[in-house]
Design a protein around this ligand. Structure first.
Ligand code: ZN
Length: 225
């Protein structure tokens, strides 16, 4: 049996002496780079792609490290298990706290700072959600955690009824977020111009149509074109 200090000693000796070291280093760098992309990316597909890429590079690092070891391979297996647990936790927990990063990044503020009725409207549908706005001309609405984000562009473009439809649509996402496949939770739920064939989008629109009106949902979509 190796003690943990001997294990680490073995690691340092094996890895620094290994010809695989530059390869391992480069892949750790790439994994971190893609993870940064994942945190920064605004497009859903790009986020999912970056996350998967980061995972694959990390797995490659763990495999190459395993082959680089000559004295003991136990620690690699332990690190691997720790890594799997950690990345699973990231997938489960990050979407729940990610809104804090977004509030900072977009310098978002509670919408009640400028108008009250959208928050009051949302309160009639759910008690948990808070509506935030941020300064951007691009009309966008999305949720993260329990926050509904609206861009200034969205607020300016929509009339009251259309904005209600957009808010109801987002509330549906918020209520059903836990039923989403884990991978999809890594992306944003965005109200965009093209109604996708996505079943979640269709259900969110049906809900918004029932709460506000089908016409309001329709004209909100049309305005985004
Ligand atoms: Zn949606």
């Amino acid at each position: 049996m190796f003690s943990i200090t001997e294990e680490i000693q073995c690691y340092i000796t094996c890895i620094t002496g290994s010809r695989l070291l530059p390869l391992i280093g480069a892949h750790v760098f790439l994994a971190l780079l893609f993870f940064t992309f994942y945190l920064k990316a605004r497009k859903s597909l790009l986020r999912i792609f970056s996350f998967i890429a980061a995972q694959l590079f990390m797995l490659f690092v763990i495999c190459t490290t395993f082959f680089a070891m000559r004295c003991s391979q136990m620690l690699t297996i332990e690190i691997y298990i720790a890594y799997v647990i950690l990345s699973t936790l990231v997938v489960i927990l990050l979407p729940k706290v990610y809104y804090r990063i977004l509030i900072k990044r977009y310098k978002a503020k509670p919408l009640t700072d400028i108008i009250d009725w959208p928050q009051t409207f949302v309160n009639t549908l759910t008690e948990e959600a808070k509506v935030y706005y941020y300064d951007s001309a691009i009309p966008r609405a999305f949720i993260s955690g329990k926050i509904i984000f609206l861009s200034m562009g969205m607020l300016e473009l929509m009339d009251d009824l259309e904005l209600k439809a957009v808010l109801a649509h987002e509330v549906w996402h918020l209520r059903h977020n836990n039923e989403m496949p884990l991978l999809r939770q890594l992306s944003f739920m965005t109200f965009t111009q093209n109604r996708s064939k996505d079943e979640f989008e269709i259900l969110a629109d049906i809900f918004a149509g029932e709460i506000v009106s089908g016409d309001a949902v329709e004209s909100a979509r049309v305005k985004l074109n």
